[in-house]
Design a protein. Sequence first.
Length: 116
Amino acid sequence: MFTDVSSDDWFFPEFQAAWQFRIIEGKSLMTFAPNEVVTREQAATIVARIFSKNNANGLTGVKYKDATDISAYAKEAVSYLDSEGVINGYQDETFRTKAALNRAEAAAILYRVVRK
């Protein structure tokens, strides 16, 4: 699996399940980077995979002023979650794709996922 994840890690059972269901992926073939911060576009991609592994099916009409900053792998996920009201941008109409997801944003996203 990954060189930076051990079966002794406190998060291993949850990590293994999420990896087996292809909800999460590594940063590379050999590393998961469990202690790195999750960016907003990474979080969007992970959450979208919960909804049938990226239910967007071609949706890429992202409306944010900084839409060109969203990585190609995350565009469909961001578009889908935005259209479903699960994730949104900021009042200045940006998504801030590379910004860390803060705890309040995580709580809001998880609440919206549970409501779906």
